[in-house]
Design a protein around this ligand. Structure first.
Ligand code: HT7
Ligand code: ZN
Length: 847
């Protein structure tokens, strides 16, 4: 299909004053009647979107039925040819089959619960409609069903057995429509808003899951309070409902007043969820809630503007987590994720701007670039205009655009108007793909005590974009004297030229430069440092991100040297010794410092340095370095294992979670040399899932986990989310030569319900995350993935397309692996009836 292009945007010819939906639920034949009050605004045909599986039973204008000659239906488009009055009501009646809908889009069934997913273009599978975000309307919805709980957007108007009416007064785009019906149980609370209104809060789950919904409710209340305190944003309906379902393509969905969640991001108890799960629940509950203002009250004009709501909402949820937990640890975690996912995307065949200018299938653009880089771009804006400028701009954004479907131009304009700053050059962060490479050089004039820092920036070409003019890059630097004191606290340098220098005078001795503090811009920084320099920064930098970065650089340099036949140097081993001996620092920070760079990160680094990465060699050096650390620091590691057991009952808070993270980081190292004895002991004595799953992962990685794997399944076979974990832990941690054979065995396991997105992601995503296992030299990982993508594509194209991203880096490997990957991609592309989703992804990746 021809791509959609940003430049082709045209406003819709009609406005909708009100939408009235009447839905009669039936698993095989649900009936939807829609009355749309339309008024012409511009010239043009009345064109509606309609899903292919929707049976159109009736169309009428102002009550008179249209006959077949009055409309044409082609593909997903319904065009009305009849002459139309200025204002009129268009009525439609359709039949749909939720039970046959396996796509988790439109109206479908999950474990007997009717639910909907309409972003990005799912509303057309429910009723004919202008399914685009700039057509906003208030909705009134009546649901007919015998099921006990019937929910839709907005406020409840009337509830009677077999019937419920809902009214959403806030004009909304169709992608925010939601309906849920089923046998559900709520845990409930209330929230009094800043202006004193009481809001009913409910988290709806399947019967029996109620005792695992408390943390989601607690997170919601904290998010509501935080958005009032930090952004001045108040909730605007009488009720806020969250529903957890088991079959869901992504994490969650911010439908107005009725958020629908993947149950993985709602349900948690100490025995069944890890600290990481709790933290994700807190942040995603907050993220979806924050969309109420950044996404719902102000939405996107078109899907090219997706980063307008997603980048900003990710930025806001990151701020929230920083406030709830440790800001330093959160920043490091976010950078690790950004580099692993977004840098990889920016450096490969799927690179695209934060605001893309064309797409074939919009669902393929819910990417790390739009979300995570979109958030980084906002972080840079905030750095450039300062906290006060940011607050003024946001106030103006909410005031000026409430009720609008807005664009990135609107967004930048409020910053320009609120702060007086010209953002023409800054806009390149939205329009230009690729990660800038910034090279920093130092010139020290000892005679005059002057240090000159020279920066050059260059952004590599990306598909369809070769010309990359310089961008504005906020570069946070500090200077540290040889005795470790900070001689110059953080300064924000603004690099806006291809080459640029900055002078620092009056220095008594040559300082060490701490650069890109707090990861002030999403760039790759290149500079020359010795291991001794890195160790110095790791010991003395006051900026926690830069400190961690120096340690990670040291680890990375050590591993890269080992790949060239070197041995771990004394600086790194001594630095790890200091980490293990540090009793003052935040344990969560220390845990991050102990974590070795991932295999994927090393492959990326090898390839950037012009080498062909060898997955087996990368696996081997990581194992070797872990063993060397364990042998060198055995006594300290044992001490860490005993000193990091939190006192008191389990709590998912940052303090306890940090201790457990440190304990598991130490365990991962000692398991390399003790044959799994300590991991088995921790597994056996575990009182919470964090330790149990962490110990199991360590045992599997050591090739010693058979008994624990069987025990884990026995204990948790009835807890769906933990069975997902069981699949994932095995596939992700299996030794490389076992990974694909094991994945094949697991795919034949009776619990492998591959049509369930979580279960599919657990196994297939687990294998893709096993770097050397997935990139097996015989191509078996690629074949396995291709087989499963084709199978799942026929039932759920969004999941197939998303998981195909594992092929993204195929071109960086050796000729044998490349030939296998190419053959697998060609096989996918040659398959008849491939979805638009997977065809676009496989085509772009194949190149
Ligand atoms: N805005 C949502 C993104 C989304 C989605 C969610 C569930 C299933 C399919 C989906 N397609 C797009 C979630 C968010 O980012 O907040
Ligand atoms: Zn979002």
């Amino acid at each position: 299909p021809a791509p959609q292009r940003l430049e082709d945007y045209r406003p819709y010819p009609f406005a909708i004053k009100e939408v009235r939906l009447d839905v009669t639920l039936d698993p095989q034949a649900s009936r939807v009647r829609a009355d749309l009050d339309l008024t012409r605004q511009h010239d043009g045909d009345l064109v509606l979107d309609i899903g292919k599986a929707v049976t159109l039973d009736r169309l009428a204008v102002d009550g008179s039925d249209l006959d077949a000659a009055d409309w044409t239906r082609k593909g997903e488009t319904l065009t009305i040819h009849r002459a139309l009055p200025q204002s009129f009501t268009l009525s439609s009646e359709v039949t749909i089959d939720p039970a046959a809908n396996t796509t988790c889009e439109g109206l479908y069934l999950s474990g007997g619960i009717f639910c909907t997913q309409c972003e990005a273009e799912g509303f057309r599978h429910i009723t004919p409609y202008p399914d685009r975000p700039d057509v906003m309307a208030p909705f009134k919805v009546t649901i007919h069903s015998d099921l006990p709980v019937l929910l839709s957007n907005g406020n409840p108007v009337a509830q009677a057995p077999g019937r419920a009416e809902w009214s959403d007064p806030w004009p909304k785009p169709p992608y925010l429509f939601a309906l849920v019906a089923g046998d559900l149980r709520a845990i409930s609370d209330t929230f009094t808003t800043m202006s004193g209104r009481e809001v009913d809060l409910n988290v709806w789950v399947r019967p029996g899951d109620e005792d695992r919904a408390g943390y989601a409710m607690d997170s919601l209340i904290r998010a509501m309070r935080w958005d009032e305190r930090v952004y001045g944003r108040e909730y605007d309906l009488d009720v806020f409902n969250i529903v957890a379902v088991d079959d869901f393509n992504m994490g969650a969905m911010e439908n107005k007043g009725l958020n629908i969640f993947n149950s993985k991001l709602v349900l948690a108890s100490p025995e069944t969820a890890t600290d990481g799960d709790y933290e994700r629940i807190e942040s995603v509950i907050a993220h979806e809630y924050f969309h109420n203002w950044t996404g719902n009250r102000i939405t996107c004009r078109d899907w090219f503007q997706l980063c307008l709501k997603e980048g900003l909402t990710v930025f806001r949820d990151q701020q929230f987590t920083s406030d709830m937990r440790s800001a330093a640890v959160k920043r490091i975690d976010d950078v690790v994720t950004l580099r692993a996912r977004q840098f990889r995307e920016d450096q490969g065949p799927l690179a695209h701007p934060v605001r893309p200018d064309s797409y074939v299938e919009i669902n393929n653009f819910y990417t790390a670039t739009v979300y995570e880089k979109g958030a980084e771009v906002i972080g840079m804006l905030k750095r450039l205009v300062g906290d006060e400028g940011y607050a003024k701009a946001l106030d103006l954004y909410f005031e000026r655009h409430d009720g609008d479907a807005a664009t990135i131009e609107d967004w930048l304009k409020v910053f320009e108007d609120a702060t007086g700053r010209d953002l023409a050059q800054f806009k390149r962060w939205y329009t230009d793909a690729g990660t800038p490479i910034v090279t920093m050089k130092e010139d020290w004039d000892a005679e005059h005590g002057v240090l000159t820092l020279s920066f050059s920036q260059q952004t590599p070409s990306t598909p369809g974009q070769t010309d990359k003019p310089p961008r504005v890059i906020p570069m946070a630097v500090g200077l540290i004297s040889p005795n470790g004191d900070e001689v110059l606290p953080t300064q924000m340098l603004e690099i806006d030229q291809a080459e640029q220098s900055f002078r620092f005078d009056g220095l008594a001795t040559r300082p060490m430069v701490s650069a890109l503090r707090d990861f002030s811009a999403p760039v790759v920084l290149r500079r020359e440092l010795t291991d001794a320099d890195r160790a110095f920064l790791f010991a003395h930098d006051r900026d926690p991100f830069a400190r961690w970065e120096a340690g990670r650089d040291l680890a990375r340099a050590t591993l890269l040297a080992m790949l060239d036949g070197g041995a771990p140097g004394p600086e790194y081993l001594a630095a790890i010794g200091r980490v293990l001996a540090d009793r003052d620092a935040d344990p969560a920070f220390l845990a991050l410092c102990l974590r070795l760079p991932s295999a994927e990160e090393l492959a990326q680094a090898r390839s950037e340095a012009g080498h062909t990465p060898d997955p087996d060699a990368i696996h081997a050096v990581r194992e070797e370095l872990a063993s060397v650390i364990a042998r060198t620091h055995q006594a300290e590691l044992d001490r860490v294992l005993t000193d990091t057991v939190p006192a008191g009952d389990y709590s998912p808070d940052a303090g306890q979670a940090g201790l457990r993270a440190l304990r598991l980081a130490a365990l991962g190292l000692v398991t390399r040399i003790d044959g799994g004895a300590r991991a088995q002991a921790i597994y056996d004595g575990a009182t919470n899932m964090t330790e149990r799953a962490g110990a199991l992962a360590a045992l599997i990685a050591a090739g010693a986990g058979q008994d624990a794997v069987a025990d884990f399944h026995d204990r948790f076979k009835d807890v769906r989310l933990v069975v997902d974990m069981w699949f994932m832990l095995q596939a992700a941690n299996a030794r490389p030569d076992r990974a694909v054979p094991l994945a094949r065995e697991l795919a034949a396991h009776p619990d492998f319900d591959w049509k369930n997105p979580n279960r599919f992601r657990a196994l297939i995503g687990g294998l893709s995350a096993n770097h050397a296992g997935f990139h097996a030299a015989d191509g078996s990982g690629y074949d396995f993935l291709a087989d499963w993508l084709l199978r799942v594509d026929a039932v759920n194209p969004q999941i197939a397309a998303r998981m195909s991203g594992a092929f993204e880096t195929w071109a960086r490997y050796d000729e044998t692996r490349k030939a296998h990957a190419k053959a697998a991609l060609d096989r996918i592309l040659a398959t008849p009836d491939l979805s638009r989703n997977l065809a676009e992804m496989a085509g772009r990746i194949r190149g």
